[in-house]
Design a protein around this ligand. Structure first.
Ligand code: NAP
Length: 248
């Protein structure tokens, strides 16, 4: 089950955190993985090296998902070089927190540029390739806060909710081409993104997680492998919540 041998996967923001875990898990299941990054070339290289050291196949590709032309050109190039692109994990994302009354316009713009526009640019470029192949898998990385909201995360939550609406629409647009499009909404996962929280803040947060702990990037990657697999061929337009019961 969940065999991905012969498939080519692009994971945006694959250099760290959840993206890194997705790269590793997809490669473990046989996929050739393209690890995208924007700044962390050394980190991306480390991910690719770790995968190849374990007998997997990986390479790196640096581009800013928020730069539509660069993202489209990079994805075209990856697809041409490999002759295919089977899996896209639109994971690259940023968080900028702040209460509504303190929200800065430039922060809202940046959140939407990366989290929404960036994800859509990658999906658009990937679907062009997948359409011709009449098969493909796209996973968007949203967040639990898109569905439940969170104090101090109005703009971030809005950007992540936008991704859900987009994914459901793309799922409908491309179902006839056998391309499935799904969303993963992680709960509170231990990564760089959440590392600036104090222990007291983390303790407070974990209290609202029925399973009583934070999640791991590997637990998100497992959902990603499932949705990428042939076994998930009949699953599209869905939101897969991996959040320890934080939102049910
Ligand atoms: P992270 O540790 O901060 O890693 C972010 C990744 O995105 C890095 O690989 C980074 O690349 C890349 N990235 C950022 N901006 C980019 C851009 N403009 N173009 C290309 N790559 C870019 O984040 P994470 O916690 O793993 O989160 C991954 C995704 O899950 C995000 O979309 C996030 O919103 C979502 N999420 C996370 C949590 C959580 O609790 N951690 C919860 C819900 C949802 P560089 O290394 O080059 O900077």
């Amino acid at each position: 089950m969940f065999q991905l041998t012969g498939k080519v996967a692009l994971v945006t923001g694959g250099s760290r955190g959840i993206g890194r875990a997705c790269c590793e898990a997809l490669a473990e299941h046989g996929a050739t993985v393209v690890v995208n990054y924007v700044k962390g070339e050394a980190a991306a290289k480390e991910v690719a090296d770790a995968i190849t050291a374990r007998g997997g196949k990986a390479e790196i590709a640096g581009f800013d998902v928020a730069d539509t032309k660069a993202a489209e050109a990079a994805i075209d190039e990856i697809a041409k070089r490999h002759g295919r692109l089977d899996i896209l994990v639109a994971n690259a994302g940023i968080s900028i927190d702040g209460l509504l009354l303190r929200l800065k316009e430039e922060d809202v713009d940046r959140l939407f540029q990366v989290n929404v526009k960036g994800s859509l640019a990658c999906a658009k470029a990937a679907t062009k390739v997948m359409m011709r192949a009449r098969t493909g898998r796209i996973m968007f990385m949203s967040s639990v806060v898109a569905e439940m909201g969170n104090v101090g995360q109005t703009a971030y939550a809005a950007s992540k909710a936008a991704v859900i609406g987009a994914a459901k629409s793309i799922a409908r647009e491309f179902a006839s081409r056998n391309i499935t499009v799904n969303v993963i909404t992680p709960g509170f996962i231990d990564t760089d993104m959440t590392s600036n929280m104090t222990d007291a803040m983390k303790e407070q947060l974990v209290k609202v997680v029925p399973l009583g702990r934070t999640g791991t990037a590997r637990e998100i990657a497992a959902a990603c492998v499932y949705l990428a697999s042939d076994e998930a061929a009949y699953v599209t337009g869905q939101v897969l919540r991996v959040n320890g019961g934080m939102y049910v």
